[in-house]
Design a protein. Structure first.
Length: 191
């Protein structure tokens, strides 16, 4: 592995193409490269979230997710290979259930607000949704393993639950969206 990354500047991408893990070259504008880039961006945002004070179990879950996203990106960069294991999806589903059980029932839509860590989790959630859309667009063009799409869908769900969990952990209340009707009703109740 040490020799693989010894030359960072190769100039081979100067023509607008980039290499895949199977040594084929694609346009940097291709849907596959867009999906790889969105997964990479998601992983970077999770790295930023890891800079925040977090409960130990959350920190470990996020580190595991970073490794799984790297596997997912590798799978996208090597058409036909399966690198993301089914166990990754199962682990994510178990974590989703565990964290969600600790939260109060949602009665309204919430805004992406609260503690800094919760807001960063919301950013990760939205990037996960974009990565999922990129993978779906790629799957519309060519046959692929459904694992990456399913994993990103579940991950965005978990990141939503995580944002709520982090607000609870940091003693922040959730910020509820108020429709115009609810705002008018609240103004009548207050006035």
């Amino acid at each position: 592995m040490g020799n693989r990354l010894s030359a960072i500047t190769t100039r081979t991408g100067d023509d607008g193409t980039t290499g895949l893990g199977d040594n084929t070259r694609l346009s940097k504008a291709s849907q596959r490269i867009a999906a790889i880039g969105d997964v990479d961006e998601l992983n970077s945002h999770i790295g930023l979230l890891l800079c925040e004070p977090l409960p130990g179990d959350v920190r470990q879950q996020l580190v595991n997710i970073q490794h799984q996203l790297f596997d997912l990106g590798g799978e996208l960069s090597m058409p036909g290979f399966v690198l993301l294991k089914e166990q990754a999806l199962q682990d994510l589903e178990a974590a989703l259930q565990t964290y969600n059980q600790q939260l109060p029932r949602l009665k309204e839509f919430i805004l992406p607000a609260g503690s800094r860590a919760a807001c960063l989790a919301h950013v990760c959630r939205t990037v996960a949704r974009r990565a999922e859309r990129s993978v779906v667009a790629l799957q519309a063009q060519e046959a692929m393993n459904p694992g990456p799409r399913q994993y990103l869908n579940r991950l965005s769900d978990w990141l939503f639950v995580l944002s709520r969990y982090l607000n609870l952990h940091h003693g922040e209340g959730e910020v509820y969206w108020q429709s115009e009707k609810l705002r008018q009703q609240q103004m009548q109740d207050d006035g």
